[in-house]
Design a protein. Sequence first.
Length: 334
Amino acid sequence: MDSERLGTILSEYGQPAYRARQIREWLARGASGYEEMTNLPADLRTALVAELPLSTLELTHEAVADDGTVKALFHTRDGHPVEAVLMRFRDGRRSICLSSQSGCPLACTFCATGAMQFRRNLTADEIIDQALHFRRSEKLDHAVFMGMGEPMLNLDSVLEACEYLPEIGITPRRTTISTVGWIPGMEAFTASTESRVRLALSLHAPRDDLRSELVPSNDRYPLAEVLAACRNDAVQRKQKVFIEYVMLAGVNDSDEEARQLAALLDRKLFKVNLIPYNPASVYTGSLPERIDTFCAILRGAGIGTTIRLTRGRSIDAACGQLAARGLSAAVSTK
Ligand code: SAH
């Protein structure tokens, strides 16, 4: 919800400031309308219904995959697309994937969001409203900033949203911010947060030449510097950094590349998550056997490695895919 507008309305109606906290608590528990907020005076509830939408985002499209994954495409009040995903796992985990920006200025070559036009940073309210959308249907326990956008280019709003997530049941240890390796943001993150929010780096290649091809921002912040910033974060905040590595057939998935990757990583500071590619551009995803071998080489070198479960394929749930397809629909409702 637009918290600034809420403040204005509350003061116009001569209401005490604690009303904002009450409303926030209701939303965090999954309330889907002001009518439910029974500890607010009735006339205030009526005024809010008329004057303040419950969310800063409007839902444009929602799809449910056969594995239970839900993908929502929203648009902001000024017409920009935003995606978020809810992943339901068999062990009961409920994880949401949040966007920090509408579009992304960084243009990684394999990513659907990178192919869209960059719109703008999202506000903390717009990030929180993605989570609240899913909270209205069920309890949540994990969040990852792996939707649209580069969180380190919008760090203040991302951290503000992270402060709110525990109220809806998502603790900092179960929150992960994923970055392309934008060093100024990473340094600010390490310095500014005492919290145990986790850091993930999208590495995707063990050498600068290849990484620059896949992740153009590598020209500006090369691999050695990015890894140094990760090591610094792991040491300062005393927890491992996740390395994300998207598996692209014949591009970055050879045995040699697995060995090069292992050689870069200190087993005490890093864990690797291999990501099966969700086709979104010219690349082809590595075959499962190739991913298994790559994983075995890393493990053999003592690096903790997991393979990400693929969710929501049938509904284009990978970063940017839905917005890329539904963009004209999102914009036309402006
Ligand atoms: N900008 C941040 C967060 C957004 S992307 C970052 O780059 O980390 C979140 C993760 O999804 C990144 O690791 C990204 O490389 C990966 N990703 C993007 N498109 C993908 C696709 N089509 N299939 C699999 N992973 C993808």
